[in-house]
Design a binder for this molecule. Structure first.
Ligand SMILES: [Zn+2]
Length: 457
């Protein structure tokens, strides 16, 4: 264990304010250069919503293909989380694996894990590049699924829908024999691109279409289950094939952030490479093993710590193309699935509060970074989750110089977030005093945070 004095300071040029107020940033983990130009920071984050389209009371049932009444529009479910409430009001979360098509409406899924209909890396990719084959269990599961009329119809409709979306004409599809169609079904029983879908499209009691249910509108408990479920799915995808080098986890929220549905979901993609980003970070870390401690200490010294509990800290990121908040689990570096249930809940609470304070109206990407099992654990790459606000568009200046312009400097992000976190915390205290559920879990905010480098030991 290194004491504070033994850790050299971070390079001076990672965050510099020029005489005119321009803030130059360089990301210590990726090398990305970003400038923030003064006088642009106080604009609203998103354009005002002019059109408040009313929604019906049952809008949560069938607004999009991820909604409750349309379970069969997604490929066969790998697993779902169900929330049971006993007669005494006790809440239990239960996981159901491989629900059959005919039983799919027996329970309400709080979260579902389903294969992505439009995979980035398909079963065929793994089959052709690596000779990947379905396991005995997967073959049996497919056969069982097909053995019921509801399952059979579901698979045929999913395969047909996929072919049609890929440009295959209806005449061509009609010419395919059923066995030919069914061979396509393996993608949905042994593929490596999954979606984790939340139950709600809109918040409970929504009256207009702007009241979408985001990560931040979940209860802290629901968000904790969402994160735990995602971690389990990630761990599971590493078992897909020996050639899986990394499992990418991310959440695109709203269309400007790349989401195809305004219905909360995360994605997990198993890939056969580690990505430039991960390799870059690992090689920087080999040269400078103190890098995370340097960043954390620097963020604390420059007033960029947003929130903290016993298990995680949220800080304003610097050197990112978009305004970014980073959530860092505390303690020694581990893979996401190595954290205890209590730690995962603590990390989730901080991430959830950051989402709530950002607001459901802000398009954003949540990106997970972790050390893949193929990298020797002694490198110590840390699991982190970044939340990037997609409020600006890259332009010609960026393309030509690889210097990115960002509209909010780190302190402007801090001020917005700390104010909002304080409001949410005091609203939560009021609700709790009335015996109601908190909006965000208890946490320390801004100046109340106590951060030192030993938190990462
Ligand atoms: Zn929906």
């Amino acid at each position: 264990m290194k004491s504070e004095e033994d850790i050299p300071p971070i390079d001076d040029d990672v965050l510099v304010r020029m005489p005119d107020g321009t803030v130059k940033q360089r990301n210590p983990l990726s090398g990305t250069q970003v400038w923030t130009v003064p006088g642009r920071g106080h604009r609203p984050l998103t354009a005002p919503v002019l059109d408040r389209v009313p929604v019906s009371p049952n809008a949560n049932d069938d607004t999009c293909a991820f909604c409750k009444n349309r379970y069969l529009e997604t490929p066969p479910e790998k697993s779902r989380l169900v929330r049971d409430v006993t007669a005494l009001g006790e809440v239990n979360w239960r996981q159901i694996k491989n629900e059959r098509a005919e039983d799919i409406n027996q329970t309400t899924a709080e979260f579902r894990r389903v294969p992505n209909l439009f995979e980035i890396v398909s079963f065929n990719y793994w089959a052709q590049a690596y000779g990947h084959e379905p396991t005995e269990e997967q073959r049996r599961h497919l056969a069982e699924y097909l053995s019921s009329p509801a399952g059979y119809d579901h698979i045929l409709s999913i395969v047909t829908q996929r072919l049609r979306a890929g440009g295959t004409s209806d005449e061509k599809i009609a010419e395919l024999s059923e066995p030919e169609l069914l061979t396509q079904a393996y993608s949905y029983f042994c593929g490596g691109h999954d979606v984790i879908i939340a139950r709600r499209h809109f918040v409970d009691g929504a009256t207009d279409a702007t009241q979408l249910a985001s990560s931040g509108t979940l209860t802290p408990e629901e968000h904790g289950q969402y994160i735990k479920f995602t971690i389990e799915a990630m761990h599971d995808l590493y078992q897909l094939d020996p050639n899986v080098r990394y499992v990418s986890a991310f959440q695109n929220w709203l269309k400007p952030a790349g989401a195809s549905f305004d219905h909360l979901h995360k994605q997990l993609v198993a890939i056969d490479e580690r990505s430039v980003q991960i390799d870059g970070e690992v090689s920087r870390l080999r040269k400078n093993p103190h890098i995370y401690k340097q960043i954390l200490r620097f963020a604390a010294q420059r007033g960029l710590i947003l929130a903290q509990n016993d298990y995680a800290v949220a800080l304003v990121g610097f050197g990112h193309r978009f305004p970014t908040i980073a959530v860092w689990p505390l303690g020694p570096a581990m893979a996401p699935w190595e954290y205890s249930a209590e730690q995962v809940r603590g990390i989730s609470d901080i991430l959830h509060a950051v989402h709530a304070a950002t607001g459901a109206e802000v398009p954003c990407n949540e990106e997970w970074y972790h050390c893949p099992p193929s990298v020797a654990s002694k490198v110590g790459m840390r699991w982190r989750i970044l939340l990037k606000w997609r409020i600006s568009t890259l332009a010609g200046f960026e393309g030509g110089t690889r210097i990115y312009l960002n509209t909010l400097d780190p302190w402007a992000i801090r001020d917005r977030m700390v104010d909002r976190l304080c409001e949410l915390a005091s609203l939560s205290d009021e609700l709790e005093a009335k015996g109601q559920e908190r909006l965000i879990a208890p946490l320390r905010i801004g100046r109340d945070c106590r951060v030192d480098t030993e938190l990462l030991d």
